[in-house]
Design a protein around this ligand. Structure first.
Ligand code: DC
Length: 222
């Protein structure tokens, strides 16, 4: 059987983006990082100095703004025709993005756009609500987890390599704050779908995670 989608969800720095991108490469599929869609709305909202408590303004922005994902694996993000990829992981965006992602009206627009992309061609889709909300019928659903310590260590290392100056403690606090908002929000909170396979990646290398997801994809396709 030909399968169309693999859904990968999980908290901040659980390894879903790296693993998902590699699985997409191996299968020759497209890759959709839905977090980057919430990030691009946040980036434009910051640039336009919108009030993050004004939900209507955020919904209007999400509905009207022109953004596209380009590149072989959808890795470049364009807003109003400008490549903003490198700005999306900035600490200001990290701090504000959960406020945007918890607005139900923003999510309605994002989910519709995500489904449209995911159903056009075989796609690996990563996020927080892919298995529960965006693609509830996906034949392969994975929920990646890891301890807070492991995730904070990974994210701290990644930021330090890019020249960031945040301490481990600051990174960990921010990660816990974002986990809390993502998990406690009313609209599509972060959770594993009942039919998802949960993988704890604390003791797994990225290659082992990829191998496990590829096995699940092969099983689903046979
Ligand atoms: O995966 P990430 O860190 O790039 O996600 C950025 C934010 O967007 C994070 O606060 C969770 C949110 N998000 C979401 O609510 N639903 C998704 N499908 C993807 C991300």
């Amino acid at each position: 059987m030909q399968i169309q989608n693999i859904a990968i969800d999980g908290p901040v720095a659980s390894g879903k983006t790296v693993a998902g991108r590699l699985v997409a490469q191996k299968l020759g599929w497209r890759f959709l990082d839905t977090g980057s869609m919430y990030r691009v709305v946040t980036w434009v909202a910051l640039a336009r100095q919108l009030d993050f408590d004004d939900e209507q303004a955020l919904v209007s922005l999400a509905t009207q703004m022109d953004f596209r994902l380009e590149g072989e694996a959808g890795e470049r993000v364009l807003a109003d025709g400008k490549d903003v990829t490198d700005s999306l992981r900035a600490p200001e965006v990290d701090r504000a993005v959960s406020k945007v992602a918890k607005v139900a009206g923003v999510r309605v627009t994002m989910v519709a756009r995500q489904r449209e992309v995911a159903l056009q061609a075989p796609t690996v889709v990563v996020g927080r609500d892919i298995g529960t909300k965006v693609l509830p019928d996906a034949p392969v659903k994975v929920f990646l987890t890891a301890s807070v310590e492991e995730r904070a260590t990974r994210r701290h290392k990644e930021l330090s390599q890019k020249g960031g100056s945040l301490s481990y403690e600051e990174v960990r606090n921010d990660l816990e704050r974002r986990d809390r908002i993502d998990t406690e929000r009313e609209a599509s909170p972060l959770m594993a779908a009942t039919d998802a396979v949960t993988l704890n990646t604390d003791a797994l290398t990225i290659d082992q995670v990829v191998k496990r997801i590829m096995e699940m994809a092969n099983d689903a396709a046979s």
